[in-house]
Ligand binder design. Sequence first.
Ligand code: KG4
Ligand code: ZN
Length: 379
Amino acid sequence: KNNGLILGIESSCDETAAAVVRAGGEALSNVVASQIVLHQDYGGVVPELAAREHLRNVVPVVRAAMEQSGVRFSDLDAVAVTEGPGLAGALQVGILYAKALAFGLGKPLIAVNHLEGHIHAVVMEARQRGDSAMELPLLALVVSGGHTHLYLASESGQTTWQYRNVGRTVDDAAGEAYDKVAKLLGLGYPGGPWLDGLAPFGDPKAVPFQFHAIQRREDDRRDADAGARFDFSFSGIKSAVLRYVKSEGMQEAAVARANAIAAHPGLKPADAASFCDPKALGLIASFQSAVVGVLMKQTFAAAEAFGARGVLVSGGVAANRELRRRFLAEGARRGLPVAFPSMALSTDNAAMIAAAAWPKFLAGEFASEGMSAAPQLRL
Ligand code: KG4
Ligand code: ZN
């Protein structure tokens, strides 16, 4: 018999996560063990440390997810795990554990693309709300620390969807730009929440960045033969921030800020405004306004070009408040529904992996015994 119960396991980057989801629409548990504290001192994820930490966390995290769900291992229908993209060593921990568990239980194993997982975070919550607004084709923006991709999701004739990549970053991911700029300004890691919290205190017109971001993107357009493309570039704006910081002599203030923030553990990003001069706040507001502007421009242009019936934004950067506000306003202006995951499901989690596995379970798309980590997996 089929209870529709899938255990999802995610370990592609710096979160060890497990969740039990029923029929791709109801999260019975969602446990995430974050390693942010571990990597903070390095200002980024250290792959070896991440893999070792996943190894330490995977058993307790899965156990907690099973206990919270009230589901017995024997009642599961399948085990789903992130196959890629991500860090090889980190992915392998989740995969080996999921394989052993599925084998031991005699249940099928389902391999999930992390990017499809981010998309299904939104689908799952829409199902949970009984919301049928998710009409295909959909234009999906997956925007995080590792990815900035645009996909056209459409019907495949199966229970699963098919995806066409219609845009991607030609250099840095948007979240990566957030992290680098925050570091440059002496703010905490990861940078997104800091810049998000501080941007409302600054003047978004203080530094004119739009030009750099758009200029680079047009220059770098690739795959011209593959039809209309809506690529992104964020390294230009990152360099422009660096130039501005140097030309305005803001480096010393950044070091002082980093020390002040380090001396106040538990400080909320918005409370760090008192450590920022108006120039720094203007820079932060202008940077965020430019990044969100570029994301919006390309996403809505692609939605229009492909006749999408809705826009979906997911991944860590989708937690950004200005991004949500401006995407919703633009969607309303165009009469196009725009959907986001809840804050908890914007960043990496395993509920989205279990949810994405559900249509694959229905289609009988199971992983082979030889499945292994695919760090560069594409969607
Ligand atoms: O999806 P995620 O947890 O992991 C990856 O797959 O990368 O995304 C993490 C990224 C980081 O770069 C972080 O700075 C960014 O998402 N982020 C944000 C916000 N919250 C997290 N960026 C902008 N605004 C936020 N509120
Ligand atoms: Zn992610």
